[in-house]
Design a protein around this ligand. Structure first.
Ligand SMILES: Nc1ncnc2c1ncn2[C@@H]1O[C@H](COP(=O)(O)OP(=O)(O)OP(=O)(O)O)[C@@H](O)[C@H]1O
Length: 236
């Protein structure tokens, strides 16, 4: 099986902290894998290792079969990263940001095509030609999704993407992820939102102190059972 994301004995040690201890994980195209866990459990570390933002102490992360540490540029062609606060150029409009980021990824689109990507990502038409500096957080997330789709990213790496979004924006975001996953995009998402993880995830993984202590298909649990499972791990 050619996994789109794979971690093999992935370990990250800081001078005074073992942030990730021997993670093994395989994610297939179309999967939405949600990482749950308390502050400091190692969720962002995992995402940053897949992005190549940090180097592993040992073990390896693979994107589409390529080892991240050996192919730092090539793997970026497959990835889109959406952090809690999507970084865009505040003085450019949403449309201009999308044009810029997709051209950096090697895609030149006509304006009508760019507008289409923004529309499908749910950005209101009135916002398209407005400077991003005037956008809400949810609007910036939508431009982030439009960029991911326009660059044909095979994988979305999301770090607490719905944190601070209102319930409607968060729900729209979940729907977009579901739609992308149905089209074959894989998603690895760190979140504190158990309800969203259940709603949008195909599997959830619970992390504790740098270790992935449990992995479940979301279909096997309802939201309450998932919350109970999570709390059980946090209390032990
Ligand atoms: N640059 C660093 N230097 C030293 N320790 C670090 C560094 N980055 C992260 N850590 C530590 O590694 C551990 C894992 O951090 P990480 O950011 O992966 O947690 P997290 O699960 O994403 O937490 P949160 O829910 O707060 O975002 C924490 O104890 C953190 O303090």
């Amino acid at each position: 099986m050619n996994y789109i994301l794979e971690a093999r004995d992935l370990r990250k040690e800081y001078p005074n902290k073992l942030a990730l201890q021997g993670l093994n994980l395989q994610i297939e195209p179309g999967e939405v894998f949600c990482l749950l866990g308390q502050n400091g459990a190692g969720k962002s570390t995992t995402i940053n290792l897949f992005l190549g933002f940090i180097a592993p102490t040992s073990g390896a992360a693979f994107v589409n079969g390529l080892e991240v540490a050996l192919n730092p540029l090539k793997i970026k062609e497959h990835l889109a990263y959406i952090p809690e606060n999507v970084m865009l150029y505040p003085h450019l409009t949403g449309l201009e940001n999308l044009a810029l980021f997709s051209s950096l990824a090697g895609f030149k689109y006509k304006e009508a095509e760019l507008l289409d990507y923004l529309h499908h990502a749910g950005l209101p038409a009135e916002a398209v030609r407005r400077r991003v500096g005037t956008y809400s957080k949810g609007m910036r997330q939508k431009v982030g999704i439009a960029i991911a789709v326009a660059k044909h990213a095979k994988v979305l790496l999301l770090d607490e993407p719905t944190s601070g979004l209102d319930p409607k924006a968060s729900n729209e975001f979940s729907q977009l992820l579901t739609q992308l996953s149905a089209e074959g995009t894989a998603v690895l998402m760190a979140t504190h939102d158990i309800f969203r993880a259940k709603e949008v995830g195909t599997r959830v993984g619970i992390m504790r102190e740098g270790e992935l202590v449990d992995v479940r298909p979301t279909a096997a649990l309802n939201a309450q059972e998932l919350e109970q499972l999570y709390l059980t791990y946090m209390h032990n």
